[in-house]
Design a protein around this ligand. Structure first.
Ligand code: FRU
Length: 322
């Protein structure tokens, strides 16, 4: 394709539905971007914050003392070995794991939009509690709330984007979510670096509280969005789904796509044992890839770097202030 842009290819025999990249789709992508941004931000922020001296002094004085009493000739291994400090990082993921199971049911029964709004509100509460924290419990509860938010957003945003994206651009728009995660990680590290230099020692509050900005954007965005046509059909709002499909596609020529969505919803409702179906021989390739790709992606160990890079740098003597 000359001139670049998003390349759309259709597999042989695929249907060509009408519809282009409309303003609504653009807004959807922005919401998706904020969903990914906040996830990435929360992934990337904890490492830098736990390496800020004023933060350690206030909440983890023993770690701070140990860190400062070590001579360069001493063994540097495990100077950050506090279970509570690591809980500050990991509580978010444990909470997200639990909630993502519940969030999938909420997303199916009540729609993607409600799950997105709930995610945004939980993010906001978590960011506020962390930003104003005075005690360790406020940090941990704040991270748990952020984890609940991630569980909701990660369930609903990618599904929502896939469902509203014109089929030609589905892959390209959906990977924006992952792209936004990595941008969020980058932004978190840049801001940590800036806030770590604050003279009043309160930089960690800004680092943690800043997560409120994308949270507010998600809430506002999701309030103005309509649910996806697939979700509306699944929940029995066929007429509303049709109206929404016309709006997001920017054309009234949506009958073929609408009928296919209804047919897809009916056949999915007809599946009696969805979990057992997953194990059927015919779905082995999909199941294998769905498990293997994230498994190997995580096995690269990228998250050790994402979570602990600032601490690793600090351990070898490189600080944000340097
Ligand atoms: O790629 C960066 C980030 O994206 C994730 O894989 C989630 O999709 C994280 O585990 C990782 O930190």
């Amino acid at each position: 394709m000359a001139g670049g842009g998003i390349v759309s290819t259709s597999p042989p025999g695929a249907k060509n539905y009408e519809g282009n990249l409309t303003f609504r789709i653009f807004i959807t992508c922005i919401i998706a971007a904020f969903g990914g941004l906040i996830f990435g931000y929360d992934l990337g922020i904890s490492g830098g914050v736990t390496s800020m001296d004023p933060f350690l002094k206030k909440f983890f004085p023993k770690v701070y003392e140990k860190e400062n009493n070590l001579k360069p000739s001493d063994n540097q291994y495990c100077k950050f070995d506090s279970q509570t400090l690591t809980l500050f990082t990991s509580s978010l993921y444990l909470a997200a794991l639990v909630v993502s199971v519940l969030a999938s049911t909420v997303t199916r029964l009540f729609g993607r939009r409600i799950t997105m709004i709930s995610g945004g509100l939980l993010f906001l509460a978590g960011a506020a509690l962390n930003g104003f924290a005075e005690h360790v419990w406020m940090l941990i509860v704040g991270r748990i709330l952020l984890g609940f938010g991630i569980g909701c957003a990660n369930q609903s945003v990618p599904i929502y984007v896939s469902e509203v994206a014109p089929y030609k651009y589905r892959g390209a728009l959906n990977m924006m979510f992952q792209l936004a995660i990595t941008i969020g990680i980058f932004v978190a590290n840049v801001l940590n670096n800036v806030f770590a230099k604050m003279e009043n020692g309160e930089g960690w509050r800004y680092s943690l509280g800043f997560a409120a900005v994308p949270a507010i954007m998600i809430i506002i965005g999701a309030i103005f969005l309509q649910d996806s046509p697939s979700s509306l059909i699944e929940r029995g709002f066929g007429e509303k789904a049709k109206e929404e499909l016309i709006k997001i596609r920017g054309t009234t020529d949506i009958d073929q796509e609408f009928e296919d969505l209804v047919a897809a919803s009916e056949s999915s409702k007809a599946v009696k044992h969805p979990w057992a179906s997953l194990l059927k021989r015919q779905y082995r390739p999909q199941l294998t890839f769905a498990l293997a790709i994230p498994f190997f992606q995580q096995l690269t160990g990228m998250n050790v770097i994402v979570f602990y890079a600032p601490i690793l740098f600090k351990t070898i003597g490189i600080r944000a202030k340097d």
